[in-house]
Design a protein around this ligand. Structure first.
Ligand code: ATP
Length: 373
């Protein structure tokens, strides 16, 4: 069994704590993705598993073996980096075979394995080429091939697609997913790209500032983010965050009132004047109507709470399948984003009434970002 288990791993560099309280277990054969913004500690965790970094404290197991003191080369893991690090003077075949030759594997087995790996990565026509005669995507596939040929217990992939252009990245991502389904090798994959995380992972570990924010299946994390950081990091376009104040059984946002569901009132027992951050994903904000430009914006005095907010349209971004619109909520600097049908006819400067699906509203504590509801 090649499960990977981290128990309370911490790594300090001089006075800086890069990662702490890192505890999770990747079951044998699963594909886990570590995701988070730059500097959150993703690579440090991966390098610790690989043995390229030593934990300041905590325990690392691969299978049942405690790995802390075991050197990298004896860990039976293969790591692929974003810069492919191929040997420029060797052919594709020699690059793929390199790890096996180092282990003095029988020549015949090496040849067979190189052929199988090359076929599964569509590299079989390129085996005699040198790296500089390959595209970036092909080079990255060779780097993957070199890792796969070794048949390690665990794959560790550090942003392996980030040097590829958008189309190639999508294609290679799909190939990686197929490959994992085929090989079933335990994989830990690092990326800052939440789309890669969502599409590839059995489970996602969201990190921020060296700490785990949430661990869960992609849809679970998307639908039930643990806090504001996870909510805004996962999803593109990101979740809208509206600073608000609880007042008169509604939420005051700028000069307007949004209704507060009875469930929220009861569960949170909110007091008058309590500041909160409301969260709503752009796909749950609907265009209700375009108002006459001369209509006054609603004011707290003139308005009972409703599920809608009136905004001044600032940005229109056609995305083909839909249009992303961004409207300013008067009295705030917030742009409320909504994904609307490509058929709607709206222009910058329009005054729009946008309805929020209140069943999809999240409530966060402004100071800590913790999710209250
Ligand atoms: P990126 O996406 O930018 O690669 P990351 O999430 O992989 O970032 P790490 O590279 O793991 O982040 O770094 C985590 C923190 O530890 C950062 O603040 C970084 O500056 C610090 N750090 C990493 N390696 C060292 C080192 N060798 N010496 C000092 N600080 C380090």
């Amino acid at each position: 069994m090649a499960n990977v288990r981290l128990e309370d791993i911490k790594r300090r560099f001089n006075n800086v704590t890069a990662i702490e309280d890192i505890t999770f277990e990747v079951p044998d054969g699963e594909f886990w993705v570590l995701v988070g913004p730059s500097g959150c500690g993703k690579s440090t965790i991966l390098r610790t598993i690989a043995g390229l970094e030593t934990a300041t404290s905590g325990k690392l197991y691969i299978g049942d073996t405690l790995m802390n003191e075991i050197p990298a080369r004896q860990r039976d893991v293969a790591m692929v980096f974003q810069n492919y690090a191929l040997y420029p003077h060797m052919t594709v075949a020699e690059n793929i075979a390199f790890g096996l030759q180092m282990r003095q594997v029988d020549r015949k087995i090496i040849r067979e394995r190189v052929e199988t790996v090359a076929r599964s990565l569509s590299l079989d026509n390129l085996l005699d080429r040198k790296p500089k005669q390959l595209s970036g995507g092909q080079q990255q596939r060779v780097a993957l091939g070199r890792a796969i040929a070794r048949q390690p217990q665990v794959f560790l992939l550090d942003e392996p697609l980030s040097n590829l252009d958008a189309q190639l990245r999508d294609d290679t991502r799909a190939e990686l997913k197929q490959l994992h389904a085929q090989l079933g090798v335990t994989t830990v994959y690092v990326t800052h790209d939440q789309v890669e995380a969502m599409t590839l992972a059995d489970k996602i570990v969201v990190l921020n500032r060296g700490k785990i924010q949430q661990i869960g299946a992609p849809q679970e994390i998307y639908a039930h983010p643990a806090n504001r950081m996870v909510a805004t990091f996962m999803g593109n376009p990101p979740m809208n965050i509206l600073p608000a104040i609880y007042a008169n059984k509604g939420f005051q946002v700028g000069e307007q009132y949004i209704s507060c569901l009875t469930e929220i009132q009861q569960e949170l027992n909110l007091t008058q004047g309590k500041p909160v951050d409301l969260g709503i994903r752009p796909e749950y904000v609907y265009l209700q109507k375009t108002e006459d430009k001369n209509t006054q914006f609603p004011t707290p005095d003139s308005q009972l709470p409703t599920p809608a907010l009136t905004v001044a349209l600032k940005v229109v971004e056609p995305l083909g399948r839909e249009i992303l619109i961004r409207g300013n909520i008067p009295g705030t600097s917030v742009l409320l984003n909504a994904q609307v049908s490509p058929d709607v006819n709206v222009r910058v400067g329009d005054r729009l009434s946008l309805e929020l699906d209140l069943d999809r509203l999240f409530v966060f504590e402004p100071a800590t970002g913790d999710r209250l509801y």
